[in-house]
Design a protein around this ligand. Sequence first.
Ligand SMILES: [Zn+2]
Length: 315
Amino acid sequence: MNRKRIPDEVQAEVIFKSNRECVVCDNHKRGDHIHHIDGDNSNNKFENLAFLCFDCHNEASLKGSLKKKLTPKTIIKYRDHKYQIVAAERENSLKVFNAPITGLTTEDLLTTTKNAVVIVEIEKIKEEYFSVDWNKRSDVINKLQKFSNHANFRVAVDVFNFLSFIADQTRGGMTTDVAVSIFSLILDFFPYSDKEGENEKIIELANECINIAFSLTYDSTIYLKNYDIAMYGLTILKFIYKKGKQQNLKELVDRVNETYNEFERTLQRPELDDLADALQLVREFKSDIEEGTLSFPPLSDNLMKLIYSDRQNRK
Ligand SMILES: [Zn+2]
């Protein structure tokens, strides 16, 4: 069969709309394969694609077996339902950020107006992002930096949503520069607040960052073998972990720990036998998580050598 690469935007759309979760089984298994529903690997239309975990993908690909429960029609039903649920959840989480403002002061009005201007600018940057290739994308997203002095919850939602979309495409050929940009934008735009009433917003944004960290780390170790990108992903996790500790948000500390467990589980998948180094990298970052700074931890010699030689190969 004639396999053509799925275009970046389509791939990102498929993964983002399914929230990186398998659209069929609801046991929180992460998706892994972009499945061609009609069996034609060159038909990369959005409607023909569905994000599936390894098991469901296998089941869907069985030919002529009675056991085949995942027919194209079934998958489409599951998928469309999943897209609805994910969209509804996103909509709900946005409500936390779009609470109606009663009794607007001039200052509030100014902030609201500025937010609107910044959000429109972010839309323009998004468009530009998709019109260039990976090598130029870091320059494009760095343009967001100039709005960081206007970082607040509402702006952060839009910026992190965009970064999440970008991170969902990691497997499509992300460069280390783009990962660096994502990392620094998260640090710049994560709003500081110690008001108890804003905890819910902090958790929502932090969860988005954890998803970004997951995509960067998972895709770069499994598909790209670019451990530099993985290290930025793991450092984003550390940043959220520290936030959780500083602000007494146990939920965040727990989610970071869960994410580490998930990495360890997926990197021990029997059908992928070349992930020992990735697993070691993840474990070395994990044991460093209580350390104060966000610089990379000192790594074992074998990992350093590997990372160094990978860098040379990419040049
Ligand atoms: Zn599944």
